[in-house]
Design a protein around this ligand. Structure first.
Ligand SMILES: *Cc1c(COP(=O)(O)O)cnc(C)c1O
Length: 427
């Protein structure tokens, strides 16, 4: 695997990826590809990106040894890459900074974005405030209702949030609407996509920006292993790297620098929802089939007629019927494996990490934590599982409180009284 150098010049990862866009967007995509190629090789651009990551995001994010959890499980040591500590609370900001810098270099004063749970919208609104760019965020009207705190956050930051009423009024509909806006306003508008999806060069570009996660791990692991007195896996590496997969950007970010180290197992966790065979999940790689979605060829959840099927996950950030094309390739080539974790397992992991380590993870990240909890006891205590903790769970406490019963919020002294938490239903 030493020669891993994908995608090719036209954005192909084996049979996946590429660029399937209407003629009206061909020029915009060509322009973007040329601009990114220049910036990618421009040390001044890379320096500015690194400066922003350090001073605005707070990088590098630490690797943390979940000692109490590991001891309870009695197997492999669980290590957490703390993307939850980033400004705005997740990995999404890394990519958004890269694309916003590119928008500035290209002289585009207006930025558009799509968002589902609202995390990408919040990150985009944040960086537009930081750089003085106009910001319009498309969001399914169903999601606007479910994620009202994030909608308000975007408005506080000066963004315009446009509710989308078409289709199932969720993420894929917001993405379609953002593409439509881009076609109309392409001269002065930059489209910031939130994951490793979309037409080439987006999957490659978002991966490159997110790869800072894995590059930091390569640098931090020797010290962590030395501290724990552990041998590492064929060098100063973890035995397993695991991440949740919605569109796949936090997973690609931590996987990519490890691809040339074949002894390191790469595991992507998809949302199995009510179960992989329940018809209510978002496991595109495990239950989908190759097709074209949002500008690239990848695994898509679709019926026999090629129509996109409804997805479900407890976690809005994983609730997407497609997946980045590079994951499709990593799956087919066998370099990475993809598994499912159910809503119930993710929720249990959410509570367990909070209670044993004092870290409330995002429900998305809880899927990766759940897999580590299941797998650690099957491994030796001198082995390590590195979990990408993609985000923090603040945004999810309303969802969790609803599922756990409202008195979950109460101190013992208020039990029995009906205490309703403000915004509990929609947070
Ligand atoms: C958006 C989000 C995800 C899913 O997106 P990927 O592109 O698959 O990383 C995962 N975790 C968190 C915290 C998110 O906000």
């Amino acid at each position: 695997m030493h020669a891993y150098d994908l995608p090719d010049a036209r954005g192909h990862f084996g049979p996946y990826g590429g660029s399937f866009v209407s003629e009206t967007l061909t020029h915009a995509i060509d322009e973007l590809r040329a601009a990114y190629e220049r910036c990618r090789r421009d040390p001044a651009f890379q320096r500015e990106f690194e400066h922003e990551l350090k001073h605005f995001v707070g990088r590098p994010s630490p690797i943390y040894h979940a000692q109490r959890l590991s001891r309870e499980l009695g197997g492999a040591q669980i290590l957490l890459k703390r993307e939850d500590l980033n400004h705005t609370g997740a990995h999404k900001i890394n990519n958004v900074i890269g694309q916003a810098l590119l928008a500035r270099r290209m002289g585009k004063p207006r930025v558009i974005a799509e968002t589902g749970a609202g995390q990408h919208g919040v990150a985009t609104a944040t960086i537009c405030a930081r750089y003085g760019l106009e910001c319009v965020v498309y969001m399914g009207s169903e999601d606007v209702k479910r994620q009202s705190p994030n909608v308000y956050r975007m408005k506080l930051l000066g963004a315009t949030v446009v509710p989308v009423e078409s289709g199932s009024r969720t993420l894929k509909d917001a993405l379609n609407e953002a593409l439509r806006d881009w076609v109309t306003n392409v001269e002065h508008t930059f489209y910031i996509i939130g994951t490793v999806a979309g037409p080439h060069p987006y999957p490659m570009m978002v991966r490159d920006f997110q790869s800072v996660i894995g590059r930091e791990c390569l640098q931090q692991m020797p010290e962590m292993l030395a501290e724990l007195g552990l041998p590492g896996c064929g060098g100063p590496h973890p035995d397993v790297v695991v991440a949740c997969v919605g569109g796949g950007s936090n997973a690609m970010g931590i996987f990519h620098p490890y691809i040339p180290h074949p002894q390191v197992r790469l595991v992507g966790v998809e949302a199995a929802g009510a179960g992989l065979d329940s018809g209510r999940h978002a496991a595109s790689l495990q239950r989908g089939a190759p097709g074209v979605l949002h500008g690239n060829r990848t695994y898509v959840l679709q019926n026999a007629d090629g129509q996109i099927t409804e997805t479900h996950s407890i976690s809005a950030g994983l609730d997407y019927p497609g997946v980045g094309p590079e994951h499709a390739w990593l799956k087919d080539s066998g370099r990475a494996e993809y598994v499912g974790v159910t809503d119930e397992e993710a929720l249990a992991a959410f509570h367990r990490l909070a209670r044993t380590e004092g870290i409330i993870p995002a429900l998305e990240s809880s899927h990766a934590v759940a897999w580590a909890i299941k797998t650690a006891p099957t491994m030796r205590p001198d082995q390590t599982i590195l979990v990408n903790l993609s985000g923090r769970g603040d945004k999810d406490i309303g969802t969790v409180a609803d599922l756990s019963g409202a008195d979950f919020y109460c101190r013992p002294s208020c039990r029995g009284q009906s205490v309703k938490v403000a915004g509990g239903g929609a947070a």
